[in-house]
Design a protein around this ligand. Structure first.
Ligand code: AHM
Ligand code: MG
Length: 290
């Protein structure tokens, strides 16, 4: 008898169940892995032992799930084909988002985007996305077309702490990456305007900053820079999954002109400016940039 094809929902459940129990292991395995290895990732950034190790662990586990046919990681040049149960799902993973925070022992995350098209794909091919936040407590935010749920992770167990997560209507916080003198004038003009209205929260790990936006409302941005006109963050691994999660929570995402989910990809590792948060703040940002 031939193997039966798991449904999309079953595959997504397996992916997030695997991420949940692996995250606990990743958290514990960070000890002793804070040192750089003699390698750069495809974006030209120095890798830490933890980046490489977390990627290997996630690749091994996620690529062996029935229904997963492609694994791509911010830490590896090439996408891996895996499994033969076509049509299947592709996973794009940032194993340790914000890993430069490991040196100072600040928050980090793991990001997983699940696409129903081969990578690179537009963000509107995402069927589900999640991130893990390694904070004082390990939490996981999971978004599907049914909405967004926040869990606390303990061992392999997921406990729901917030159902139907929505961005609060009254925004409170903002965080913008890059050095101020490196911001284009229109970005700086916008930030000067909103710093009168919102409280600055910038922690150097997108997941930590975005989680604050999902908790308090507001805006997270990693804009174009004079020195980096494409921005810093990667579309497939960071922009699209976070754009999907924020949009499912009732907010907006943008690359400065349009939803991140509408950006046509040209390369798995391409960068993009990222603006996510309450609709009113992203709309205003776009009008400043146009
Ligand atoms: P990483 O995934 O290689 O760690 O890089 C992404 C991180 C984001 O989490 C964060 O928003 C940004 O880089 C911080 O950059 P900066 O150090 O310029 O503030
Ligand atoms: Mg990252």
């Amino acid at each position: 008898m031939s193997a039966s094809l798991p449904s999309i929902d079953e595959t997504v459940d397996s992916i997030f169940g695997t991420v949940a129990y692996t995250a606990t292991e990743i958290r514990q395995g960070l000890i002793g892995r804070r040192v750089p290895v003699d390698e750069e990732n495809p974006s030209g950034e120095t890798q830490l032992e933890a980046d490489v190790w977390a990627d290997q662990l996630l690749r091994k586990r996620l690529s062996s799930i029935d229904g997963v046919v492609q694994y791509a990681s911010e830490e590896e040049d090439d996408c891996h084909d895996c499994g033969s149960l076509e049509p299947g799902l592709a996973v794009a993973v940032d194993p340790l988002d914000g890993s430069s925070n490991l040196k100072s022992n600040n928050v980090m995350g793991t990001i997983v985007g699940v696409y129903d098209e081969p990578l690179p794909a537009r963000g509107d091919a995402i069927v589900a996305a999640a991130y893990v936040l390694y904070g004082p407590i390990t939490t996981m935010m999971v978004a599907t077309d049914d909405g967004v749920t926040e869990y606390e992770l303990s061992g392999g167990e997921r406990t729901v702490v917030r159902e139907d997560v929505r961005l609060p209507a009254e925004p409170v916080v903002y965080g913008v990456g890059g050095r101020t003198p490196d911001w284009p004038a229109d970005v700086e003009g916008y930030v000067r305007e909103i710093e009168d209205e919102l409280k600055l929260r910038y922690g150097g790990a997108m997941i930590g900053d975005v989680n604050q936006v999902l908790t308090y409302g507001g805006l997270f941005a990693y804009p174009t820079l004079e020195s980096a006109p494409e921005g810093k963050l990667r579309l497939q691994f960071e922009g699209n999954p976070i754009g999907y999660i924020v949009e499912q929570a009732g907010g907006r995402s943008s690359d400065g002109e349009q939803s991140l989910l509408a950006v046509e990809p040209t390369d798995v590792h391409q960068r993009t400016p990222v603006y996510v948060g309450n609709e009113s703040y992203v709309d205003r940002l776009e009008s400043h940039l146009s």
